[in-house]
Structures are given as structure tokens and as C-alpha cells.
Design a protein around this ligand. Structure first.
Ligand SMILES: C[S@@+](CC[C@H](N)C(=O)[O-])C[C@H]1O[C@@H](n2cnc3c(N)ncnc32)[C@H](O)[C@@H]1O
Length: 343
């Protein structure tokens, strides 16, 4: 029997989630209007959805109920009599909620009220931290969605970090960037600003030894930290980490097929100086080591300097440009293809 779920992903990377869903037999989906990064999904079971690599959260829909008005009383009334069979066997539960629209209450009120209604009905103990079951009660304008949250924490945090980098990329975004690079078996994929190693580690976890993974960074402590992180995730055999300057990749690397990366943003540190030169030199240097037809996938909030670098290098065709939000970063994603001598 088909069940209905709502899934979230990084805003701007919905097409990556859709390409993953397309591989699940019997699965269909539609946008969760008016939200970005949210899809309604019909699927025969939850397990394949929990294995998706571009997903943050998976919730299973139990009830979708219209609300009478914008008061908390209308939420309480709508909750009365709704059955949540999973509550019968759970030892403890909690309610979480998100709310969108104008109401005379906040999401905290919904959590408290729904918790009380469900506790009165089933007698199951509330535990906000060590819960067996998480019930979602989301309010979207004049509609209430009640469901089971299958992801107690976001699936974006699957990589284990022994070494904590200052600005780690989310693993969902790393998977998205790698997917958009359209990797071909046997290709060498380099992240020349690898930091704590998220991109090659996610690549090795998701795609394994069908590819050659390389990560490099200017600073040796990052290179060593990324190696530690690879060990922590059991993929150290699959990744080569080296120290290298991304402004002069030719000094360290021969030809590579694909470069996938998120260069420094210079926002956290407040440093603006040097970013334009860094990006310009890096993009030109990427053009030198990439084979013809090779791809450069780059995500950064520095759109203007990326565009300038692309223009100056003069050897890339823009295959895709997309606004992507991942964590606190609102950036532009470019998928570039290394063109031949014809320009
Ligand atoms: C935004 S962080 C990358 C974060 C990484 N994706 C992760 O998940 O940990 C950018 C990285 O670029 C490195 N970097 C800065 N200038 C560099 C250069 N000229 N060559 C190579 N790496 C550089 C920094 O040390 C930093 O680790």
C-alpha cells in the first residue's frame, strides 16, 4: 500500500532529490506548494527514503485536516479524535511543529497542546529528549498536517567528524554538487579546497571505488584533519589527501576529470580582500588541469567574483547556474564544462 510522506532538502537542490526519487520503484512526488525544498512523496515504504542522500527530513503523513479559524482552540478541536496507532506501542513521545501563516498562536503552543491531547488519549509518557516516537503537527495556513517524523536528526549530519572544520559543507549539499557533476566511472574527482574533507568523504561513501577521490587544501592541519575524518568514516583507503595551493594546481596535479568544490567565502572572517584574486587564479588554474569536457562544479556566495573568474579564464561553458541555500550560506552553484581550443 502506498503511503504519503513529506521530505525536505537543501533549497535549490530539489532536482537532485527528484533524481534520487526517480530510482525508487513505485515512487511519485509533487511540489509541496508554496515551499521550496519540500516535496510530497508517495512511496510503498519509508526505508528507501531514509537511504536518500539529498534528504534532510522524512515525515509520514497520517492526517491532513482543515482548521476552522486561526485560534488554538481550532487546532485542539481538530486534534480530538485523530488516531495515531504508533502511540499505542511507544514508551515515550514528543511533538514538534512548524507553522506558516497568520495565527493567534505560535508553534510552541501547538506542541504543548498536541502533546496534552495525545497524552490524555493514549497515556504515553512525554520525553522531549529520549523519545521513542516523534509526532509532527505542522500548520500551514488553515490546514493541519499530523504525521510521524522518521528522522530525529537531519540526515545531512551523517558524516562523522573527528576534526571539526570552521565551515563544513553539509553532506546533502556535497552529494548534490557531486550528482550535478554527472560523474562517469573511472573519473578522478578533485576538491582543491577540501577543508575537513566533506566532499571526497561523501563521494567515497555514496559512490565508492568506482571513482578516484582526491582532496587538497593549502593548510596541512586541514589535510591531516580531513584524513582523520576519512578514517572515522571508514573511507581512508578510497581518498588521497595532499597539500596544494588551488591557485596553482598544475604544480601538484596532472590532468583531472572533475573538480567539485566550495572555495573560501571570506564572509565569516570578514575578509573581502584577496577573494577576487583567489577565485580568478583558482578558476584559471582549474582550466589548466581539467581535461576537455571535464567539469568544474563550484558553490559560493561570491557570485560576482566567480563570474569574473569564469570570464577571464575563457575556457568554460556554463551548463547550469542555480541559487542554492545550504546551512547559513546562500550561494550560487555553477556547473561549468571545460571547452576545447575553439573557445
Ligand atoms: C569553505 S572551506 C571548505 C570546507 C569544506 N568543504 C568542508 O566541508 O570542510 C575552504 C577551504 O579552502 C582552504 N583554502 C584557502 N585558500 C586556499 C588555497 N589558496 N588553496 C587551497 N586551499 C585553500 C581553506 O583552508 C578552507 O579549508
Amino acid at each position: 500500500m502506498m503511503k504519503k510522506y513529506w521530505l525536505t532538502c537543501d533549497p535549490g537542490l530539489e532536482m537532485v532529490l527528484e533524481s534520487e526519487l526517480a530510482q525508487i520503484e513505485g515512487c511519485s512526488w509533487e511540489p509541496f506548494v508554496p515551499f521550496r525544498a519540500k516535496l510530497w512523496v508517495a512511496a510503498p515504504a519509508v526505508e528507501p527514503l531514509l537511504r536518500l542522500r539529498s534528504v534532510h527530513h522524512v515525515a509520514e503523513l497520517l492526517h491532513r485536516v482543515p482548521l476552522e479559524d486561526d485560534t488554538l482552540e481550532s487546532v485542539t478541536a481538530a486534534l480530538q479524535g485523530l488516531s495515531v496507532p504508533q502511540m499505542e506501542t511507544a514508551r515515550s513521545f514528543r511533538v514538534s511543529s512548524s507553522r506558516w501563516g497568520n495565527h493567534a498562536y505560535g508553534s510552541m503552543d501547538v506542541m504543548r497542546e498536541a502533546g496534552a491531547v495525545l497524552w490524555r488519549r493514549y497515556g504515553t509518557r512525554v520525553d522531549l529528549h529520549q523519545f521513542d516516537l516523534e509526532i509532527r503537527v505542522d500548520i500551514h495556513q488553515n490546514e493541519m498536517m499530523v504525521g510521524i517524523q522518521h528522522t530525529p536528526k537531519s540526515l545531512a549530519y551523517r558524516i562523522k567528524y573527528k576534526f571539526i572544520h570552521q565551515t563544513p559543507l553539509k553532506s546533502t549539499a556535497a552529494f548534490g554538487l557531486l550528482t550535478l557533476a554527472e560523474l562517469q566511472p573511472g573519473e578522478t574527482i578533485l576538491d582543491p579546497f577540501c577543508g575537513g574533507g566533506t566532499l571526497p568523504i561523501e563521494g567515497a561513501l555514496a559512490f565508492g571505488d568506482r571513482f578516484r577521490w582526491v582532496g587538497s587544501d593549502l593548510f596541512m592541519d586541514n589535510v591531516e584533519g580531513a584524513r582523520l575524518n576519512a578514517v572515522e568514516n571508514g573511507v581512508e583507503e578510497l581518498i588521497e589527501f595532499v597539500q596544494a595551493d588551488a591557485r596553482d594546481l598544475r604544480a601538484t596535479f596532472g590532468q583531472v576529470d572533475v573538480i567539485v568544490t566550495d572555495p573560501p567565502y571570506g564572509l565569516k572572517s570578514g575578509k573581502n580582500v584577496g577573494m577576487a584574486t583567489l577565485y580568478e587564479k583558482f578558476i584559471a588554474s582549474a582550466g589548466e588541469v581539467l581535461r576537455l569536457g571535464g567539469r568544474l562544479v563550484i558553490l559560493s556566495p561570491r557570485k560576482a567574483v566567480m563570474l569574473k573568474g569564469i570570464q577571464r579564464a575563457g575556457c568554460f561553458r556554463v551548463r547550469l547556474e542555480k541559487l542554492v541555500e545550504t546551512g547559513p550560506i546562500k550561494g550560487t552553484l555553477f556547473v561549468l564544462v571545460r571547452m576545447g581550443g575553439e573557445g
